[in-house]
Design a protein around this ligand. Sequence first.
Ligand SMILES: Cc1cc2nc3c(=O)[nH]c(=O)nc-3n(C[C@H](O)[C@H](O)[C@H](O)COP(=O)(O)O)c2cc1C
Length: 372
Amino acid sequence: MHPDDIKEYRRQHVPVFNTNTMKLGIFGQNCSYGCTITHAESTFEPTYEHSVLIAQQADALGFELLVPVGRWKGFGGSTDFNGTCMETYTWATAMATQTKNIMLFSTSHVPTIHPIMAAKQGATIDHISHGRWGLNIVCGWFSPEMEMFAAKQMEHDERYRYAGEWLQVIKRLWTEQNFDHTGEFFQVKDGYLLPKPVQQPYPALINAGFSPAGQDFSAREVDFNFIQVDTLEHGKEVVADVKKQANAYGREIGMMSYGFVVCRDTEKEAKQAYDYVVEKGDWTAARNILNLLGVESQSFSEATLTQFAERFIAGWGGYPLVGTPEQVVDAMVKIAHTGIEGLIVSWLDYNQELKYFGERVMPLLRQAGLRE
Ligand SMILES: Cc1cc2nc3c(=O)[nH]c(=O)nc-3n(C[C@H](O)[C@H](O)[C@H](O)COP(=O)(O)O)c2cc1C
């Protein structure tokens, strides 16, 4: 098949390649406290049953994707933030059986799973979901997690070299048969995988690399790079830059981001709700994360992290979508102008607040031309 035809084929069948200007997803519903580091009151629970309620609502509203967090240990503090976390291949399989159209991603730390196993599980979920599965590739920046696997944490850029080879093996398993691979990290003799995935040539791939090595990995290997948007101006520059890097490899890449929603009838109510989340914040857990990110991911300066402390409490450093339905949509229009074509979002109370979002925000997004 000609590469352009492949692109068309993929675009026709897979929600993340549809024509909506602003694709929508949900971030972090598989973990305790989701993306909000706070004791603020919420009905949210990181249980299977609750996750199904959220997934089915998002599916009915036409959201394109669900992106779980890959987490093996909590971040301490009084919440032990994200300490309870459902494993994401099994979670995606379960969500696939309970939904119709939405895509289910698995967030996979490359050092925790052999590529043959990841390729096999992914292909299997792609069949169970009838071509709705995708892979979010993460390298692992939280050392205590990686050490639990008795693996010494690799130096930052080596993690992306490892991820590059890991994914090469997976892509070959998804597209070839009976091949040998000899590399720096993996040896595969007579590689074999059936069934091949439903999506051709392979399932949608995403990654949130932000460092030079991370962006280079995304530019070379995946369909969408996810960025943290600090300011819209900077976001626009990063979008253009990553797209240029992909073009240099003869590829195209889409760009998405993440945000948290606090939407109410009036601006005052929304701000009060936001302030309540921050006031009840677990600052110890937030501080633990900020320290780790500064030290271990190399993509954020200490000053940036401190400045974003509140944003971490409210939504893991995502873009704030706080205000009335009109204000939230205005913010999304501005984000779309940066070239970002999708947002995965979180709420303090996903299930409850998603109802309001569906009733009040979705119609305005259509009116604004961001979605069909
Ligand atoms: C939207 C988004 C989702 C992410 N999900 C996870 C995750 O589930 N688990 C994880 O360990 N890291 C996650 N990360 C961290 C990234 O994989 C990456 O390490 C981070 O963006 C820093 O970039 P760098 O690795 O290039 O330094 C996520 C980042 C973003 C922006």
